[in-house]
Ligand binder design. Structure first.
Ligand code: EPZ
Length: 418
């Protein structure tokens, strides 16, 4: 069974380069590449398991996708496309839904399997649907598939009920080639949205205001393929910072951007971990046991939900009691029972968890059920006596490129076993 084995040891020390954000930014640009007939080249895309799924989705649609380097992908969307994303692929990875907007723009129709819920919550798509309908799309869910069609996409003003990352991305991708102006109000402001908008603008799109709550898009007639470099993975950087909080020590994270991690740095600072920007990335240092703080997750620039499980892992060994509130997903505390197996004192009720810090955790076999839960259990092992085995490694490999290797290069005793 694929697993991580981790033993606590010396404090972390050294420098590591943060990988490209393949999962949360790269996959969206892969879907966006469908908008430009020709060959798009995406760099800084290290392989993670979800990337294989997106490659399969694009190939099923009719694009040619191949590696042209260890972290460089070429996507040729020249030929005619078959606008259908099959059930077996979409149910493996929700980001497949990001092909909906590009397929409508390119083909005037799309048939995409409904992804369903997953381990962290129900994850609805109503905002994607309402926004596309405002742009002239007729859409229904039939036999488990989203069937959508339009004569031509028309620009519209769309107000999102919540700043959904996926809905903002899909509407942005639909709007760049739509007729006229689209305005997305209450848009998600995550750096991955800014990365996607910059990618579209390099292709010739007219997107203004990405990174703010109002995004304006003036539709253009065509987009041209470009070469693009994916942003550094801020979630991986945050994971390594929290690992440093648990194990102590001093680390340099090359390629991490302080402005993407300000709220994390603020919270970690309150806990006693020093985090500062450097010309190349981020520096962090932790001495001794950190102090408890309360955390509430929010859309960017708030404390991201994707950091929450790792933050809880850190808080389990801090001095004092914390209240952690999850405001984005309705069921993201599944990992808490596994931390309790390691001796953590955490009580979860609904959207809240009360974490009473203990001196040390105790290594145990535990099971990961999603990508960040797995990362949280892995770094919890750095603060646990004896050996921790994290089963369900495949969940971590969906989104992280060699997390165990990165921790090892900082001196941690972590193995990824098949
Ligand atoms: C993206 O998911 C990320 N996934 C998630 O990363 C991340 O947690 C999330 O954004 C929030 O930052 C990728 O980028 C591949 P949302 P997404 O639409 O786009 C509700 C990780 O660990 N909602 O912003 O699916 C939804 O149910 C992952 O890397 C609706 O109600 O997130 C959720 O509660 C997991 N209706 C909330 O909004 C809709 O139409 C946020 O979802 C859309 C969303």
């Amino acid at each position: 069974m694929e697993r991580f084995v981790v033993r606590s040891g010396a404090p972390l020390s050294g420098t590591v380069r943060v990988s490209g954000a393949t999962k949360n930014s790269g996959l969206k640009q892969m879907a966006g590449a469908l908008l430009a007939p020709g060959v798009t080249v995406l760099r800084n895309m290290p392989p993670v398991a979800d990337l294989d799924v997106m490659i399969a989705v694009l190939r099923a649609i009719g694009a040619a996708v191949e590696w042209s380097g260890s972290d460089e992908l070429r996507i040729d969307a020249t030929g005619s496309l078959h606008p259908e994303a099959p059930y077996e692929l979409v149910t493996q990875m929700r980001a497949s839904i990001n092909v909906l907007g590009p397929l409508l723009a390119r083909c005037g129709q799309a048939k995409v399997a409904m992804p369903g819920g997953d381990a962290i919550g129900s994850r609805r798509l109503d905002m994607h649907f309402r926004g596309l309908e405002a742009m002239g799309v007729e859409l229904e869910v039939v036999h488990g598939f989203i069937e959508a069609r339009c004569n031509a996409l028309a620009g519209a003003r769309v107000v999102l009920e919540f700043p959904s990352v996926g809905a903002t991305e899909n509407l942005l991708a639909a709007a760049v080639l739509a007729k006229g102006q689209t305005i997305i109000e209450n848009a998600a402001r995550e750096p991955e949205i800014t990365d996607l908008a910059a990618f579209f603008n390099r292709m010739g799109a007219q997107v203004f205001g990405a990174g703010s709550s109002t995004i304006e898009i003036e539709g253009v007639d065509e987009l041209l393929p470009v070469e693009s470099e994916i942003m550094g993975d801020r979630i991986e950087a945050g994971t390594l910072l929290m690992a440093c909080g648990i194990a102590g020590g001093e680390v340099m994270l090359e390629g991490a951007r302080f402005e993407h991690l300000e709220m994390v740095a603020l919270k970690l600072g309150e806990m006693g971990l020093r985090v500062s920007p450097t010309p190349d990335g981020l520096w962090a240092r932790g001495d001794g046991r950190l102090s408890a703080v309360d955390i509430a997750t929010l859309p960017y620039p708030g404390f991201a939900t994707d950091f929450m499980p790792m933050a809880v892992a850190l808080l389990t060994v801090c001095e004092g009691t914390s209240i952690v509130t999850e405001n984005v997903f309705d069921n993201r505390f599944g990992f808490v029972d596994e931390l309790v197996r390691m001796g953590a004192d955490v009580r979860n009720e609904g959207r809240h968890a009360v974490v009473r810090g203990v001196e040390r955790l105790s290594g145990a076999p535990v099971q990961a059920n999603d990508v960040r839960a797995g990362a949280a259990l892995l770094i919890a092992g750095l603060g646990a006596d004896g050996e921790t085995t994290v089963y369900g490694r495949r969940h971590v490999d969906r989104g992280y490129h060699d997390l165990a290797g990165k921790l090892r290069s900082l001196g941690a005793d972590v193995e990824a076993l098949a």
